[in-house]
Design a protein around this ligand. Structure first.
Ligand code: PMT
Length: 396
C-alpha cells in the first residue's frame, strides 16, 4: 500500500479520456490513497459524478458555489487537506487556464489556491497538443513547478495518430508513487539487465530460459522512482518499459554484453538481474535445420562471457549487484558467486519462487551478513533492494 495515508484530489476535465479516470480512482484506492474527485463541467459530459462517487466513496465536487463545506470554501478546504492535486485527463483548455492563473471554475480555483504539488496528465488531439499555444502553456507550467505525466503517442479517439494520448491509468499511478518515493538514488546512473537471453541454434530455434523479466523490470522501476536515471538492457520479454526508463532490447548474451559494456564505465550502479545463458551455440546454422538431412544435428556449445564479472573488474567501475537463482543451497551458492564475481551484494532467490510470477522471496548477502526479506510482490522487494543499495553506498 504505497499510497497509504496520502490524500489525493483528482481533477477530471472534459475529454474522452475522462472515462479512464474512473479506473484511475480505483487503482489509486487500491494502493491505499484517499481520493477526492473534483470535475469540471466539461468532464460531466463524458462521465457522471455518480460513477466517481461510487468508486471513491466520497462526494464529488463540481461547482465553485458548492455550499456543502461549512465555510462554503470548497476550493480552499479541498486543496489544503490534499498531499497532491492530480489532474487526469488535463484538457488543452484546462492547461491554458491554469497556465494563466485563471480561477473560473472550482478545479481551476483549487489549483490556484493550492499549497501542495500539482501533477497533470494531458490528453487531447495531436494538433491541439502540438499547437504553439499549448506548448507555450506547457512550458509556463513547467517553469511554475507543475509536473507533467506524458502525454503518450499513439492512436487517438478521433482516429488520428500522434502525441496527445493520456498515459494509461496504471502508469499514472506509478508516477504518483514515484512522486512520493524518497529520492535515495537521485543523480545516480543505474545500468541494469533483465529477462532471459536467447542463444540461436538456427534462425527460428534457440536456447533460452523461463525468466519473465518481472523481477528486473520491478527493480528498474523502483530505481527510477528513487530518482535514478535508469538504463535497462533487456532480453526478450513481453513487458512494457516502466515510464522514464531507457530500454535497450537485446537477444543473446553477446548482444547483452556489448550493450552493457557500452554504458558500464559511465554508470554509478550496475544490477544484473538477467538470467544470462552460460553457453551459446558455436555452430548456429544460417538456415533452418531440416529433419530429413540425416542424423541428429550436433550442437556445439561455447561459454558466454560473464557480464557481471566483467563490469565488476572495471577500474573505477560501478557499484555491482548480482542475482543468484538456485534450486538448493541458496546461501552457499549465492555467497560463492558473490566472491567469485567480486561484487559487494548479491540477491539470492530459489528458482521455484523467483522465475515468473508476481511474488518472490529474496535473501540479500553482503559483507555484513545475510538479510532475508519477507516474501512479497516483486515491486515491494525491488524497493527494499533499492533501499539496501542506497544504504550500502551511503545515501539512505
Ligand atoms: O525474470 P523473472 O521471471 O522475474 O525471474 C527473476 C530471476 C529468477 C531470473 C532473477 O531473480 C534472478 O535470480 N536472476 C539471476 C539468475 C541467475 O541464476 O543467474 P546466474 O546464477 O546464472 O548468474 C549470477 C549473476 O551473474 C546474475 O546477476 C547474472 O545476471 C550474472 N551473469 C551470469 C552469467 C553471465 N554470463 N553473465 C552475467 O552477468
Amino acid at each position: 500500500m504505497e499510497l497509504q495515508g496520502k490524500r489525493i484530489v483528482l481533477g477530471v476535465t472534459g475529454g474522452i479520456a475522462a472515462y479512464k479516470a474512473a479506473e484511475l480512482v480505483r487503482l489509486l484506492g487500491k494502493r491505499g490513497a484517499d481520493v477526492q474527485v473534483a470535475m469540471t463541467e466539461g468532464a460531466t459530459h463524458f462521465v457522471t459524478a455518480t460513477t466517481f462517487q461510487a468508486l471513491s466513496g466520497q462526494p464529488v465536487y463540481l461547482d465553485q458555489w458548492d455550499a456543502r463545506m461549512p465555510n462554503a470554501m470548497a476550493h480552499i478546504d479541498l486543496s489544503r487537506s490534499a498531499d497532491l492535486i492530480l489532474v487526469a485527463p488535463a484538457s488543452a483548455d484546462f492547461l491554458a487556464r491554469i497556465a494563466n492563473g485563471m480561477a473560473d471554475d472550482l478545479l481551476a480555483t483549487m489549483v490556484l489556491a493550492r499549497d501542495c504539488p500539482l501533477l497533470v496528465a494531458p490528453a487531447m488531439n495531436r494538433q491541439m497538443w502540438e499547437n504553439p499555444a499549448t506548448q507555450r502553456n506547457v512550458a509556463q507550467l513547467l517553469v511554475d513547478g507543475v509536473q507533467l505525466i506524458g502525454p503518450d503517442s499513439g492512436e487517438q479517439a478521433c482516429g488520428e495518430v500522434g502525441a496527445g494520448r493520456m498515459v494509461e491509468p496504471e502508469e499514472i499511478v506509478e508516477e504518483v508513487i514515484a512522486f512520493f518515493t524518497p529520492k535515495l538514488l537521485a543523480d545516480r546512473k543505474v545500468l541494469m539487465t533483465a529477462g532471459p537471453t536467447f542463444e540461436a541454434i538456427d534462425p527460428v530455434r534457440g536456447i533460452t530460459n523461463l525468466s519473465s523479466g518481472r523481477m528486473g523490470y520491478a527493480v528498474a522501476r523502483a530505481a527510477r522512482q528513487a530518482g535514478a536515471e535508469v538504463t535497462l538492457v533487456s532480453g526478450p520479454v513481453g513487458l512494457q518499459a516502466p515510464q522514464g526508463v531507457t530500454r535497450i532490447n537485446v537477444r543473446s548474451a553477446l548482444d547483452m554484453q556489448a550493450a552493457v559494456m557500452a554504458h558500464a564505465a559511465t554508470s554509478d550502479i550496475f544490477i544484473g538481474v538477467a538470467a544470462v545463458a552460460d553457453y551459446r551455440v558455436a555452430n548456429a546454422a544460417e538456415h533452418k535445420l531440416k529433419k530429413d538431412t540425416g542424423g541428429i544435428p550436433p550442437i556445439e556449445l561455447v561459454e558466454n562471457p560473464d557480464i557481471l564479472a566483467e563490469v565488476a573488474a572495471l577500474k573505477d567501475g560501478p557499484f555491482c549487484v548480482g542475482f543468484a537463482a538456485e534450486s538448493r543451497n541458496l546461501e552457499e551458492y549465492a555467497q560463492s558467486k558473490r566472491r567469485k564475481k567480486n561484487i559487494p551484494l548479491i540477491a539470492g532467490n530459489l528458482i521455484q519462487e523467483g522465475f515468473g510470477g508476481d511474488d518472490n522471496r529474496l535473501v540479500l548477502f553482503d559483507d555484513t551478513g545475510v538479510h532475508p526479506l519477507t516474501p512479497a510482490p516483486k515491486s515491494v522487494l525491488a524497493r527494499q533492494l533499492v533501499e539496501h543499495i542506497a544504504n550500502m553506498i551511503g545515501r539512505a
